[in-house]
Design a protein around this ligand. Sequence first.
Ligand SMILES: [Zn+2]
Length: 248
Amino acid sequence: MPIQYSLFESVAEMKFREIIWEEIDYAKPTKVKDVCKIIKDYYWEQTKNESKAVKIVPDKPEFVFLHKAYSIYHPDWMEKTHGLDVAYFYVDKAPDQWNNQCFYFELDECHVTDNHLGYSFFQKGGGINKERDVKKCCREAISGIKNDAKRKAIGATCTITGEILTWDNIDIHHEDLSFRELLANWIENKGGVDLLYKKVNVTVGNNAITEFTDEDLIKDFQEYHNSHTHLIPLTKKGHAIMHCKKEK
Ligand SMILES: [Zn+2]
């Protein structure tokens, strides 16, 4: 009688093997969340008795999935990763929740302390998508300002690494107030996500830009941005070093 492989598998492992990566519908947040939970359980089972967490590396389909899912759904993905490349994910105990676990990420060139990623927010659906979309509008509102800053800095020297800034290596850092804090403060000042969401151009499909429909609101954010933070052009590597220093 042939050995039944499944007899040696745990439930977590079986569920993990059943995932069909090509068929995941990223438009459905509850589905995405379910897959996250299966990956989490599977990796936690491997990790919980080890001294070091098992890495989820870029050539694994689960890495590709997590990267895509978090960049689509996490409202602070850009600010948490600083737009830098993720080296790997891993599963460990959630901060302040001894009986629960969540994902963490490590960046290619840099360790940041705020590196945990919950997965329950997928479930909140509407609310969290509003926050994500409002923040997208804010990023869009200052994209021109960032591009101007880049254009002016091309050919100058990165103050951290000493490299010459080029279109391929340039990155923009927000000094004084991080972009994440700036977003949080401005959104609160303006009455919160629900109110601001009424001014979001809700777009269907992937090609359209998510932006505020109200020109005055765009100007307001631009002014708030310009008066509370300033932009420092650095190379991507310099930018990584900047955040390592600050948050380690
Ligand atoms: Zn930065």
